[in-house]
Design a protein. Structure first.
Length: 285
């Protein structure tokens, strides 16, 4: 019988993690607060897998097998039964993650790994709200999860070797390249990206350059496959804005002070591809 992975959060990141897990042969249960969210996440997974069948990257038999190992619920207690790992993939808000990890700690046996898909928050601080911080670890995936190879594996102060080793093995099974990093604000990638995202937003807000010009400059001048604001739109304006705000709160460094453009765009629901408009407009049909 395949090992079971539970994903808390059926949004873009959660659905992506669930997808790579079922494609790697795991049984997956995806959890969210409402079944509408769960069904939407599972529907997105189904859509992406069907596209792989159409492109010849997945056989119909493989598709059927993958889907047979995917389920969803809004009952966390039922979902975590027999799990080897629970991956939290919700908004980048410490209070929300704290609530989830306290609940998971009470529901899951001591051998179950509790992983957070946080992009900036301290794993040590998240683990501190549990009674068993040795089993808490960070697994920072990148969007879009099925396509991006890296996973930052973050060890908290008390994360055990067994937890870290098992997590690295699971990430490799997912077809990812895990890099174990220190528990510092932003880890490695977002330590840089938050600055770049923020500078781009400030340039646009100040009228120094437009999104198109910034993106073209970085693609042609630095050989980036995507421009900065294209990446923000793909990841989510709210996701990037929250990450920058978290970095500012944790470091107190003015260079991470969020551009006012993020707050304005979030308030206007211009969150990128997922809402049909961010720095660019998209066809959502």
């Amino acid at each position: 019988m395949s090992e079971k992975i539970v994903v808390i959060g059926a949004g873009t990141m959660g659905a992506g993690i669930a997808q790579i897990a079922i494609e790697a042969g795991y049984v997956v249960n995806i959890v969210d607060t409402e079944m509408d969210f769960v069904n939407r996440g599972m529907g997105n997974i189904n859509k992406f897998l069907k596209k792989k069948v159409e492109k010849g990257k997945l056989t119909q038999a493989q598709y059927d097998d993958n889907i047979s190992r995917l389920s969803g619920t809004n009952n966390t207690a039922e979902a975590v039964v027999d799990a080897v790992m629970v991956v939290e993939a919700v908004f980048e808000k410490f209070e929300l993650k704290k609530e989830i990890f306290q609940k998971l700690d009470s529901l899951c046996p001591p051998n179950v790994i509790l992983a957070s898909n946080t992009s900036t928050l301290s794993i040590t601080s998240i683990a501190a709200v549990t009674n068993n911080p040795a089993r808490v670890i960070g697994t920072h995936y990148f969007s879009p999860v099925p396509a991006m190879r890296l996973v930052e594996v973050i060890r908290g102060k008390e994360t055990s070797d067994a937890t870290a080793n098992k997590t690295v093995d699971i990430c490799k099974n997912f077809g990812k390249v895990p890099i174990v990093v220190k528990d510092i604000p932003g880890f490695i990638v977002n330590r840089f990206l938050c600055l770049i995202y923020n500078e781009a937003a400030n340039m646009i807000s100040n009228g120094d350059a437009g999104a198109k010009e910034i993106d073209e400059a970085m693609k042609l001048g630095c050989n980036w496959p995507m421009g900065i604001t294209e990446i923000i739109d793909l990841a989510g304006v709210d996701v990037c804005g929250n990450a920058i705000a978290a970095m500012y709160q944790m470091t107190g460094e003015e260079r991470y002070k969020p551009s006012p453009l993020f707050e304005k765009m979030i308030a206007g629901k211009k969150l990128g591809r997922k809402t049909g408009e961010g720095f660019y407009k998209y066809d959502t049909n």
